[in-house]
Write a protein that binds this ligand. Structure first.
Ligand code: SAH
Length: 485
């Protein structure tokens, strides 16, 4: 015998449905029925306050008392939601004898229909069933689908619904219509809806309807911030883009764990730049983006951290703009935020730091052009994106500009990754400390009083290495110094 259920979306608007039971489970079923426009008739000795209220508002009917088969007269479906197995069985038997479909909550044996787990985006409904074998798994899959489908799918369905007649008239032949929809779904309309540009989406659809059936598709580049390495720090939008990608152009900094989340058959191309050798020139990256987008591909340009924080995202978008390639941007968690969070260092703190500066100091040029007076100011935290080579110059210039040598720092190596190390000390000893712990790239330097908190607030991986400068000590030191000056 077949184990397959026949899937069915029932139109229950204005139709009576019996719900037996008046508890929390019955309440959820009644709510779903009301959502579908049905007329629930609840039979139970007593009701939850909400069910009571719906009765008072005239939205549902209530038959008080114990179940009798006559409750099944003149209804289209029945749901048994009591906690008494005997009652549930009596409802199922009575329904069977009058050929009425019955659902007994959490009892696949007794049920002649089942209520699937549901993902809803407007008129789009995705129903998931495990055939009653493992409803928890169906619910788990539902949660995964929830994260994959944003609200714009509902808007897309609504938009296409409004244009349904026009589309059918324009493309009466089935094959033509299918090609039209395939192009449409791969094109700009869904993206414009995601970007909350409903009018532009509508206009684009009108344009597509006025074109010859086989208009070429235009690709798109999505600039995605991949975060610092921990795949859990990807946003839902990043995951979606990676799941829709044909081509992924990624930096070296992007972790394997993150790349593993992308669509299996997407082509992955490393275009990373490293300080020493084997770099893809920025122009080559531009050329590759252009080539794939012009071939109609959905390109994801995947960068470590956030694309707009020392990621050259701006330059890449300017290039795409100049070449008329559509683009969108998904922000990522930048190294400063991730390293701070994963080392227990609050970047601001009412007692110690009212400002944060994100600074890059990757090469000599960038060190020379920094505003050292501003960087040396007190009551702020510096987050320095840098190669480990420039630490000596960095320390000297900062102290020369007036920052106390006693200010504590934390170097966060491989922040948020399993291999994370946090090394602390005071500014005076920064280069020596980095050397003695052999700190490797990628590492972020956090500097300021707040970094001393890493010793009390660390929660991820190993405790910080190196000297603990307590916040009080460094405050006291700063005091003495400023009084001496
Ligand atoms: N766009 C990126 C930064 C690129 S610059 C972002 O927003 O994070 C590269 C520098 O970022 C590295 O030299 C290092 O200083 C820092 N960095 C990136 N990922 C890091 C990580 N997981 N741990 C520590 N530092 C990191």
């Amino acid at each position: 015998m077949s184990t397959a259920l026949f899937p069915l979306f029932a139109d229950l608007r204005g139709r009576a449905v019996r719900v037996v039971g008046g508890g929390a489970v019955a309440e959820r079923k009644v709510e779903a029925l009301l959502h579908a426009g049905a007329l629930p008739r609840v039979g139970a000795p007593a009701l939850t306050p909400r069910l009571d209220q719906w009765v008072a508002e005239g939205r549902i009917q209530w038959t008080a008392g114990e179940f009798i088969p006559a409750w099944l007269d003149a209804v289209w479906l029945v749901i048994a939601a009591t906690d008494d197995p005997a009652v549930n069985r009596a409802v199922a038997d009575a329904a069977e004898s009058c050929r009425l479909l019955a659902n007994v909550v959490d009892d696949a044996e007794l049920s002649s229909f089942q209520v699937p787990a549901l993902v809803e985006r407007g008129a789009l409904q995705i129903a998931i069933s495990s055939g009653g074998h493992a409803p928890m798994v169906a619910r788990h899959i539902r949660r995964q689908l929830e994260t994959l489908l944003d609200a714009s799918w509902g808007e897309l369905i609504a938009l296409l619904g409004r244009q349904r007649t026009r589309i059918r008239t324009r493309f009466p032949e089935m094959g033509e219509r299918r090609r039209f929809f395939e192009n449409l779904l791969a094109g700009a309309v869904p993206r414009l809806l995601r970007q909350h540009q409903g009018q532009a989406a509508e206009a684009e659809l009108q344009r597509a309807l006025s074109l010859a059936p086989r208009a070429p598709t235009v690709g798109i580049v999505t600039l995605v911030g991949a975060g610092p390495g921990d795949a859990g720090l990807l946003t839902l939008n990043a995951l979606r883009a990676m799941n829709e990608a044909d081509v992924i152009l990624h930096d070296r900094l992007v972790s394997a764990e993150v790349l593993a989340m992308a669509r299996r058959d997407a082509t992955r191309i490393e275009v990373g730049k490293s300080a020493k050798g084997h770099s893809t020139r920025q122009e080559d990256i531009h050329a590759q983006m252009l080539e794939h987008a012009r071939a109609g591909k959905r390109v994801v340009r995947l960068k470590g951290g956030d694309s707009f924080v020392f990621g050259r995202g701006g330059e890449e978008l300017e290039f795409l703009k100049a070449h008329d390639v559509p683009f969108e941007v998904v922000p990522g968690i930048t190294a400063a935020l991730a390293c701070a969070a994963y080392s227990g260092i609050p970047l601001t703190h009412r007692d110690h730091a009212q400002a944060v500066r994100l600074v890059t100091a990757h090469c000599k040029d960038s060190l020379d052009t920094l505003d050292w007076q501003a960087l040396a100011q007190e009551r702020q935290t510096l987050a320095v994106y840098m190669g480990v080579a420039g630490l000596e110059t960095f320390r000297d210039k900062l102290i020369a500009a007036g920052r106390t040598p006693h200010i504590p720092f934390a170097l966060v190596e491989n922040g948020s990754r399993r291999t994370q190390r946090v090394i602390t000390g005071t500014l005076a000893d920064l280069p020596q400390t980095a050397r003695s712990f052999d700190v490797q790239s990628p590492a972020l330097l956090l500097l300021g009083e707040v970094t001393a908190l890493a010793h009390t607030l660390h929660w991820y991986g190993d405790a910080p290495l190196g000297d603990a400068a307590s916040t009080h000590e460094s405050n006291a030191a700063a005091h003495t110094l400023s009084r001496a000056a």
